[in-house]
Design a binder for this molecule. Structure first.
Ligand code: DX5
Ligand code: ZN
Length: 228
């Protein structure tokens, strides 16, 4: 059982992708009431955007008062993901599409005392993963095409969330389902009802007048509509 991703709870992970990078310390302070900070790592190859490397992640880990949830949108996950665990991320999520040996990688990461997530692009089916889902602490189902913040939530992902949650429950496993992309007060209830329990929100939180208030509003909605 892991601390950050107990499936009994509903967790809000603000993404700093659309934060003000010139004032990253203050931007982190705004979200200190959240459960983790979601850091989107992009290599301009797996996705057409470039963001943080391991040195920046290490500094965010040092500065943040809450755990760091690293979402790696990078190629060659087998070689690169362990570097982010060594940088101090509490959880490291790699894309299935970017890993040659995802189970071996998950085991390597766990040995580095990090929680492990596996992520799927919207058009990647979840079914082939379900037999081995117990190798992971978390399944990240993207609800937009990865690469940029501020995109519209894909409602077509809801059945995938439902099928994944049903399979995880049927196997009596403790695997969290994280949703990422277009999560807001308008869409979080549908995600929670479908079985997600970890919610990434970038623009909804950083464009709000009061980030802390937005975090608690999202948390309340997620709890009220939890599938558990
Ligand atoms: C997209 C990233 C997301 C993104 C979410 O590739 O993985 O974490 O920042 O931003 P919003 O909530 O604005 O869709
Ligand atoms: Zn993300």
């Amino acid at each position: 059982m892991n601390a950050a991703y107990s499936t009994d709870g509903q967790y809000i992970h603000p993404s700093i992708l659309n934060a003000d990078f010139m004032s990253i310390g203050t931007e982190l302070d705004k979200i200190s009431s959240a459960d983790s900070v979601h850091v989107d790592v992009m290599d301009n190859h797996f996705v057409p955007n470039l963001t943080f490397g391991p040195a920046m992640v290490e500094q965010i880990v040092e500065r943040s008062t809450i755990p760091v949830d690293a979402h790696l949108m990078i190629d060659d996950a087998d070689r690169q993901a362990p570097v982010f665990a060594e940088a101090g991320a509490s959880s490291v999520t790699f894309h299935l599409e970017a890993a040659r040996a995802p189970i071996k990688l998950a085991r390597d990461l766990r040995r580095k005392n990090t929680e492990v997530g596996v992520a799927l692009r919207p058009a990647t089916p979840v079914e082939p993963l379900l037999d081995v889902i117990g190798e992971f602490d978390m399944l990240l189902l993207m609800t937009v095409e990865p690469g940029f913040g501020g995109q519209s939530f894909l409602d077509s992902m809801l059945p995938k969330i439902r099928r994944a949650r049903a399979a995880i429950s049927a196997s009596n496993l403790e695997v969290s389902i994280q949703v990422d992309g277009g999560v807001s007060r308008e869409t979080i209830e549908r995600c929670a009802e479908a079985g997600a329990n970890v919610f990434v929100a970038g623009s909804a939180i950083y464009q709000a007048q009061d980030a802390a208030q937005e975090i608690s509003a999202l948390r309340e909605l997620a709890r009220a509509h939890s599938a558990h």
